[in-house]
Design a protein around this ligand. Structure first.
Ligand code: URA
Length: 208
């Protein structure tokens, strides 16, 4: 199933705190990182393991470790950066790729303006991070970019998802699993998610 709404009480509690109208920048940033950790934990739960033998304190011991190339985390500028530390807390050896997407004000289409990807994307799982899945344009464009580079395993972590964005992703990238703390009601006329969190980038960076 491509959309996973995490119903864990800690996630439900924390996303509720983020909806406070007068939430401080500090609190919003902390909660973003905390939920990012929990979403990352969920998104990694089916990663394949391999068994290896190591020298333990009492002699050889067989341990399990995650198999394959290191994951790449892909924050979408700017708000995605707010989730980066939380995800790296859970996956500390991940490599980081960065994508910047702007919106063409005439066509309203997403236009990539920055990309810096790590190598060997064909062998890595990509975890895209962006707090708000609104229309889905930026997320779909980021998946397009990753797939053009050969990446075949893509997941997305978003704090809040709108049905409109989920529908676009289902239509364009049904192979991408999305992990979210909440599926909200709808987009308003300006493209904000209702009830949503407001402008997540402004709240993370204190620019509102
Ligand atoms: N981006 C945001 O920051 N908030 C929304 O509600 C939608 C897009």
């Amino acid at each position: 199933m491509p959309i996973h709404e995490i119903r864990h009480p800690l996630v439900r509690h924390k996303i509720g705190l983020m909806r406070e109208g007068d939430v401080s920048t500090k609190k919003f940033r902390e909660l973003t990182a905390e939920i990012a950790r929990l979403l990352a934990y969920e998104a990694c739960k089916d990663f394949p393991l391999e068994t290896v033998e190591i020298d333990g304190w009492a002699g050889p011991v067989r341990i399990e470790r995650i198999k394959g190339k290191k994951v790449t985390v892909v924050p979408i500028l700017r708000a995605g950066l707010g989730m980066l530390d939380g995800v790296l807390d859970m996956v500390p050896s991940a490599k980081v790729s960065v994508v910047g997407i702007a919106r063409d004000e005439e066509t309203l289409q997403p236009v990539p303006y920055f990309e810096k990807f790590v190598g060997q994307l064909d062998e890595r799982m990509a975890l895209i991070i962006d707090p708000m899945l609104a229309t889905g344009g930026s997320l779909a464009a980021t998946v397009d970019m990753l797939k053009r580079k050969g990446c075949r395993q893509v997941r997305a972590l978003v704090l809040v998802a709108a049905p409109e964005g989920i529908a676009l992703m289902n239509a364009q990238h049904p192979d991408v699993d999305i992990f979210t703390a909440s599926i909200d009601s709808h987009l308003d006329g300006q493209g904000y998610i209702i009830p949503g969190l407001g402008d997540a980038g402004d709240k993370i960076f204190g620019t509102r």
